[in-house]
Design a binder for this molecule. Structure first.
Ligand SMILES: Cc1ncc(COP(=O)(O)O)c(C=O)c1O
Length: 367
């Protein structure tokens, strides 16, 4: 009997849904401008620029906002530092100053202490924070950071690949989130279902410079009309439903929390990090066994496993995935081995960053 596969590896579109493809076919040459204006108005910025990927948005922003020899200060767990530090050094010539914060949130005191030279520096933030289980950056902290940065003449950039997840989770409008940075990029693929793309948002001057750099990076993409049309459709029709993914992630986490073998914290959004130290095997092996049982996830370093929810997984699928994992864990755990300490109210901040303080009291309750 073949198992139906529940794929929780990523929320990045692999094959767009049919209505998105239909929108793509109907997209004309005006779609890119429409998309850019729609996003700029949504986030309260002057101008927008369609980009082929989030990676290119980030690299172009580094070029325009920082530039060669300049310092970019971010949390050590940010996507930029974990995955794109090398291209940032090679293409942008920037020096990344990664700060180990206990919770991913850069506070003015930490920035002030870490910045070697303020002039020309750039502060980098990420919301929601991918490596920290889709955690939402508290608005008050971001606003505080922006005020402090403005006083010191430092630009703030937001890697908002999943900023619409923060919107769906908090009910805080995109324009309010938009005001917490000078420039931001949002992804059109993460959870939304567009086939590709990202939009950079900022002042008209910034966007003018970014347009040049987009071309130099090979991203002018003259065929972008249909992709922009698909993205516009996905933004209009899928932004509100991201809350369903959050509910499914919470359901998955709450079922797993019923087993003593998993350490799990209630997720803020659509990403669940599992501590599988109680299962008795490395995360890669657990992930392989879970895949055999029809649940695909990503193994992270140490005992951490990532499960991500998007429109392809229903509430039924989320529950079934959790139940399958409990079965697999029960088969793997040696009989008679003591149950591990429950981590339910504690969570590892990020087991892949050893220098980071690894645990803090988590005071939220299950919804
Ligand atoms: C926070 C964050 N920023 C940037 C990116 C890069 O986006 P893309 O895959 O569109 O290049 C990702 C991708 O996973 C991400 O999670």
């Amino acid at each position: 009997m073949s198992l139906d596969l529940i794929d929780l590896r990523s929320d990045t579109t692999r094959s767009p849904a049919e209505p998105v493809l239909r929108a793509m076919l109907s997209g004309g040459s005006s779609a890119t401008g429409e998309l850019e204006e729609y996003c700029a108005a949504l986030f309260g910025k002057e101008s927008g620029l369609f980009m082929p990927s989030g990676t290119m948005s980030n690299q172009v922003a580094l070029k325009v906002l920082a530039g060669r020899g300049r310092e970019v200060l971010c949390d050590a767990g940010n996507h930029l530092n974990v995955f794109d530090a090398s291209p940032a050094a090679d293409l942008g010539g920037v020096a990344i100053n990664a700060v180990d914060t206990p919770d991913g949130f850069l506070r003015p005191s930490a920035v002030s202490a870490a910045m070697s030279r303020r002039a020309g520096g750039l502060i980098w933030t990420e919301n929601t924070m991918s490596a920290r289980g889709g955690r939402v950056y508290p608005l008050a902290l971001l606003a505080d950071l922006r005020r402090w940065s403005a006083r010191h003449g430092i630009t703030v950039y937001l890697d908002g690949a999943r900023i619409l997840h923060a919107v769906a989770a908090t009910g805080i409008t995109p324009a309010v989130w938009g005001a917490t940075s000078d420039v931001l990029a949002l992804s059109l693929t993460k959870g939304l279902g567009a086939p590709l793309g990202s939009v950079l948002l900022g002042t008209a001057d910034f966007i003018g410079a970014a347009r040049d750099h987009r071309r130099w990076h090979g991203g002018a993409l003259r065929q972008r009309g249909p992709f922009a049309a698909a993205a516009l459709w996905a933004l209009r029709h899928h932004s509100a439903r991201l809350a369903e993914d959050h509910a499914n992630a919470a359901l998955f986490a709450s079922v797993l929390a019923g087993s003593p073998l998993f350490g799990v914290t209630p997720p803020d959004t659509n990403i669940v990090l599992l501590d599988v130290s109680g299962v008795g095997c490395p995360s890669a092996e657990f992930v392989a066994r879970a895949a055999d049982a029809g649940v695909r996830m990503l193994a992270r370093r140490g005992d951490s496993v990532r499960a991500v929810f998007d429109h392809r997984t229903s509430a039924h699928g989320a529950r079934r995935a959790a139940e399958r994992l409990i079965t697999v864990a029960g088969q793997l755990k040696p009989a008679g081995a003591p149950a591990p300490a429950r981590l339910r109210w504690w969570y590892r901040i990020d087991s892949s960053y050893p220098a980071t303080v690894t645990a803090q009291m988590h005071s939220r309750t299950w919804a």
